[in-house]
Design a protein. Sequence first.
Length: 143
Amino acid sequence: MQNNAWIFYLAVFLMVFGTLVSCGGEEEPAMQEESPMEETEEAAESVVQWTEELMQSFYQEIEDSVGNFRQDLENIKAEPPEEESMREEWESMLEDLDEKINQVETKLAELKEKTGEEWENMKEDLDKTVEDIKKEIEELKQD
């Protein structure tokens, strides 16, 4: 029986060795966890990109508004009031509007150079000016 024991141990050894070999080979890549610093940097980049997209959207909106204001102004100029007394006031209003539109374009160019709180303050002023121009153009259209 001792003569056959070595066959038993050899069989067990081969089974264990075979199992280990079949489980080995290619190692599965370990999950690469990002460090908190990398996660923070990615989040910061996302915020910067989102902010830039928001700013570009605002710039485009204002540029579109200026184009619409100019078109509205041309349409209004095409139909001056018939009464001479009203014409002087009307022309003065158109000049004021044209000046305000020019100021919006200037402020927009300046805004593109600003950041942070300064940008926010200028944006608010620009929004208010654009709303004022819209109201004035609507009043002129109704008259």
